[in-house]
Design a protein around this ligand. Structure first.
Ligand code: SF4
Length: 378
């Protein structure tokens, strides 16, 4: 039976690494017989499977082990290798002149190693001709070759611009699309998207929160995260149908601090709240609700134009067009660690929403709303 061929490589490492790296080659090319020849030391592997011991004395090979001999000169390695021509041919055929990056090529394989690479002989000519070959390739590309799966998809900016142009003028939809490109304050940049309000344009009650949270930022919808679910429970207990309400936020972009992979809510600054007020005012003008429920201090700040202590002022309706009712933000309840305090706050939130239902759904006049405030539920 003919002996298995032996593959021989010549290399000139700068350091004494042959023994150190031999395990890699044994694992990588375990099924072949090979020798790595260097001027300092040579490594040999006889393949897996039974074979007879080779060598002599310290250079004796043992089955399952790479064995080593003294270093040799370049001439000891095969000089004419038919495989090298085949390899150069293959290298020429896979070389893509349009993707040539000489600097990256040199950093991955510094030129000092080229003298031992069979393909190094053809690299200079390939690099030299790359520009002309790439230009030639470009010249023969037909439009149909560029994309075979239909017209090029529009960039997100183009889609938004088209939708904005098509949106009926002066509508909530058009405003929301305009807000999607808002850059009035720095909050737009790290956020995923503008979270515009949602709900019927003729809703009688508008709920205003602080800002979108992590999940709202990703979904592009208000009150869909944990605070939104708590709000849903409170609305249900207060007898309010969320589908009939308009829900929005005082600040339309998610403000956060990054902690590792987590995005932690960060309170908006006064300047950011004020920068966003015009959007909220536009929503209020289009929806024209009978009552606005401010959920938390940021919404109250945006609506009353002053700092507010929710614990002291919640459950009251403030005169205006339309009147404003202050209550807790549901995320405040989520932060309460004492179960009794959380239950008490939830009961107050439900009571405030019941008041909102009475005022918002039963009355159209500020006067009646003000009367309701006197019946408050504090
Ligand atoms: S937070 Fe409001 S004002 Fe600031 S960029 Fe977003 S939409 Fe514009």
């Amino acid at each position: 039976m003919p002996a298995e061929p032996r593959y021989v490589a010549w290399f000139e490492p700068e350091h004494h690494i042959v023994e150190y790296v031999s395990g890699f080659f044994r694992r990588r090319f375990g099924g072949m017989r090979w020798s790595i020849l260097t001027p300092d030391r040579c490594a040999h592997w006889e393949g897996e499977g039974p074979w007879k011991a080779r060598g002599d004395g310290a250079d004796t090979a043992f089955e399952g082990q790479v064995w080593f001999t003294a270093g040799v000169d370049r001439e000891a390695a095969p000089q004419d290798d038919a495989f090298e021509d085949a390899w150069r041919l293959y290298y020429r055929s896979i070389f893509n002149p349009a993707r040539l990056k000489v600097r990256a090529m040199l950093s991955e394989m510094p030129q000092k190693y080229w003298r031992n690479l069979p393909e190094a002989r053809v690299i200079p000519s390939l690099v030299q001709a790359a520009h002309h070959r790439a230009a030639g390739m470009q010249a023969i590309v037909k439009p149909a070759d560029q994309l075979r799966c239909g017209p090029r998809p529009s960039a997100p900016g183009e889609v938004a611009a088209r939708r904005l142009a098509q949106a009926p003028a002066g509508t909530l939809e058009q405003l929301g699309l305009q807000a999607a490109g808002c850059r009035r304050c720095p909050l737009w940049e790290p956020a995923t998207q503008t979270v515009w309000g949602e709900g019927p344009v003729d809703a009688r009650i508008m709920l205003v929160g602080e800002q979108p949270g992590d999940q709202e930022d990703l979904a592009g919808r208000p009150f869909v995260g944990p605070a939104g679910r708590l709000l849903d429970r409170a609305l249900a207990q207060a007898g309010l149908d969320r589908r009939l309400l308009y829900l929005t936020n005082a600040v339309k972009h998610f403000k956060f601090k990054s902690r590792g992979k987590r995005r932690i809510h960060d309170k908006p600054l006064d300047a950011e709240i004020l920068a966003c007020v015009p959007w909220l005012e536009e929503e209020i003008a289009r929806v024209a609700p009978v009552l606005i429920v401010c959920l938390g201090a940021t919404a109250a700040r945006a609506q009353l134009g002053r700092a507010v202590r929710i614990n002291e002022e919640r459950g009251r309706i403030f005169d205006g067009t339309p009147p404003r009712l202050l209550t807790f933000h549901p995320s405040y309840l989520l932060r309460l660690t004492d179960p009794a305090a959380a239950a008490d706050a939830f009961a107050k939130l439900v009571a405030d929403l019941r008041l909102a239902a009475r005022v918002g759904l039963a009355s159209h006049s500020t006067g009646t709303a003000a009367t309701a405030s006197m019946e408050g539920t504090r």
